[in-house]
Ligand binder design. Structure first.
Ligand code: DQA
Length: 140
């Protein structure tokens, strides 16, 4: 089953970006983990990242039109974008919201998500393992 793993802004900076919060793994490391885990689970993982909100919206529309499950780390747009929330509302297959860091331990503006209401579940604070757990949930 094709599964989209979608990543939002600044996540291309993983490895260099605030390593005390996000760790030393790069986006390429995260992509490798997701593709390898997906293969073990029988999922065809398509891993993507964008710094352009419209591009993420189009990827979510693609998932809605094709019934693809989605693992989504919308990064800062999680907390700001009604448009991303509205796109998530159109999904028919399971959506899992993932954050590398535990957003609930951080600044109050990170505690609200426009996505969670449409997600089967939310995983925050487990680093890359959160993405693997999300894929395991989808495979089941
Ligand atoms: C993040 C948490 C967000 O608050 C932040 O804006 C990010 C990354 C995470 O993976 O921990 O860019 O989604």
């Amino acid at each position: 089953m094709k599964t989209l793993v979608l990543n939002g802004p600044n996540l291309d900076r993983l490895g260099k970006r605030e390593p005390e919060i996000y760790g030393s793994q790069t986006l390429a490391d995260l992509a490798d983990l997701c593709v390898t885990t997906g293969k073990e689970l029988g999922l065809d993982v398509d891993f993507r990242q964008t710094n352009h909100e419209g591009e993420l919206l189009e990827w979510l529309h693609e998932a809605a039109d094709n019934g693809y499950p989605v693992v989504l780390n919308a990064a800062a747009w999680t907390h700001t974008s009604i448009a991303v929330g509205d796109a998530c509302a159109q999904l028919t297959a399971p959506l899992v919201e993932v954050h590398l860091s535990n957003v609930h331990k951080r600044e109050p503006f990170r505690h609200h998500s426009y996505i969670s209401a449409y997600a089967a579940g939310v995983i925050a604070g487990l680093g890359a393992e959160g993405y693997a757990a999300a894929l395991r949930y989808i495979a089941e």
